[in-house]
Write a protein of this length. Structure first.
Length: 442
């Protein structure tokens, strides 16, 4: 029973037996226990239940694969929050080099654990669907971070602030990195479109002449199956070259933004006067030892949850009537980013839209400049079916999104209408993925 107590005069030698307070209210989400958000603390119990149920009930006696997949995917959210908090604490108590290495190593561990386990499972089962799911999840993360996260932050922030300003110079740096990363990632795909052979599954002659007009279906550019010379002599060396250059560009970007030109991100925007990234006043949530322990434990639990998710996704892919493209672009891409979305919304409500935009841009850059090269490097040591050649839909959607974002961010000011444009374009692209046919062979 919770009662509202009145202030009374208590003698100095009195002893407090019980202190009651309202434990749940509209501001419950602001509570923290030991520096950890109360929701993340409560959800850790779900992580334990997921791991016990997933590994103890291997024959699905108590529940089915859909429930286990959902639990594993939801459990990734608090674990990604723990990893992000630990990275921030370690980086704040270390020098530039250590902080950059920790951020680059563990910043994408959430997605990489899932992608690598999915590729391994697809290789063992000789199922190409897992490769397409990974590519769809990579593209979906890029689209969500470029369109949905900044757009949603603009809309929600615009409900409280008529017009919001942000650091246009830092946004310009992020846009340049995005153009570079997207161009590098899709360079092998464009190369294969130019020099690959067009292979079609079914063709019908609409005229009776041998050299007449044909209507073909299921056409794609072949760079591997019947055109191995092109792949091994030209496409594969290009993929390795791009996978080396992109991390180098990422390191140069880190040095530029965090070391030599960190003042760019300290420009005071709007009335809140909060530095764009707060380089000079880092926030330390935990001690270095505690952050390291939490980081390692969360990483191990993350790997286990990713293994469970890939283990139980097969029935969903085989029985679902929805395109596999849509599943990868939405569920597998955006669920791990929910903590970042919440953080971005909180910063937008505080009129610090620069940080909200920077969150989405940094994740998108890490996808292209770190995650994809790591997957390519992993394929070298553990051969999988992953080939850095994307479908036309992924290429066009990603390039259009980056161009649109750059256009919106040109003047350094925004409102809820511009955010609505970004969100609506994102939903239109989701509709395209929803109605698109599943990849060949899935």
């Amino acid at each position: 029973l919770v009662q509202r107590l009145r202030k009374t005069d208590v003698s100095l030698d009195a002893e407090v037996v019980l202190c009651c307070y309202r434990a749940f209210n509209p501001y419950y989400y602001k509570y923290a226990i030991g520096g950890i958000n109360v929701f993340a603390v409560n959800l850790f119990a779900l992580v334990i239940v997921t791991l016990v149920l997933g590994y103890a009930d291997k024959h699905n006696r108590y529940t089915n694969s859909v429930v286990k997949f959902t639990l594993a995917l939801v459990s990734i959210m608090p674990l990604s929050y723990y990893i992000g908090m630990a990275i921030a604490s370690i980086s704040a108590q270390s020098n530039f080099a250590v902080g950059a290495v920790v951020n680059a190593t563990f910043g994408s561990i959430t997605e990489l654990t899932f992608y690598i386990t999915a590729l391994i499972k697809g290789t063992r089962e000789r199922n190409k669907c897992y490769e397409e799911i990974v590519k769809s999840a990579l593209t979906g993360t890029l689209l969500g971070c470029v369109l949905f996260i900044p757009g949603l932050c603009m809309v929600i922030g615009g409900t409280r602030h008529r017009e919001q300003g942000f650091n246009s110079r830092s946004a310009g740096v992020s846009s340049a990195l995005l153009f570079l990363s997207v161009g590098g990632v899709f360079a092998p795909t464009l190369f294969s479109k130019v020099y690959g052979r067009l292979v079609c599954g079914e063709c019908q002659n609409v005229t009776e002449e041998p050299m007449g007009h044909y209507i073909c279906q299921n056409c794609h550019f072949d760079v591997m199956e019947n055109n191995g010379t092109l792949f091994y002599s030209h496409v594969q060396p290009l993929v390795y070259t791009v996978s080396i250059l992109l991390p180098v560009a990422y390191i140069i970007g880190l040095v530029f933004t965090l070391k030599t030109h960190s003042h760019i991100y300290d420009i005071h925007i709007s009335d809140c006067h909060v530095p764009g990234r707060g380089h000079h006043h880092p926030v330390v949530h935990w001690s270095r030892l505690r952050a390291l322990v939490i980081l390692l434990v969360s990483t191990v639990c993350m790997s286990a949850c990713a293994d469970l998710a890939t283990e139980h996704i097969s029935p969903i892919l085989s029985s679902s009537t929805v395109s596999q493209y849509f599943i990868g672009v939405t569920v597998l891409a955006m669920v791990p980013e929910i903590p970042e979305i919440v953080n971005g919304i909180q910063f937008a409500l505080q009129n610090n839209l620069s940080l909200s935009i920077e969150i989405g841009s940094c994740i998108a850059v890490q996808v292209c400049m770190l995650q994809i090269p790591i997957l390519v490097l992993f394929t070298v040591f553990y051969p999988t079916d992953f080939i850095l050649v994307f479908s036309d839909l992924h290429v066009y959607a990603s390039m259009f999104s980056v161009v649109l974002m750059n256009y919106i961010f040109m003047d350094g000011k925004c409102d809820y209408f511009q955010g609505t444009v970004l969100v609506m374009v994102y939903f239109i692209l989701l509709a395209v993925y929803y109605f698109s046919p599943s990849p060949t062979g899935c």
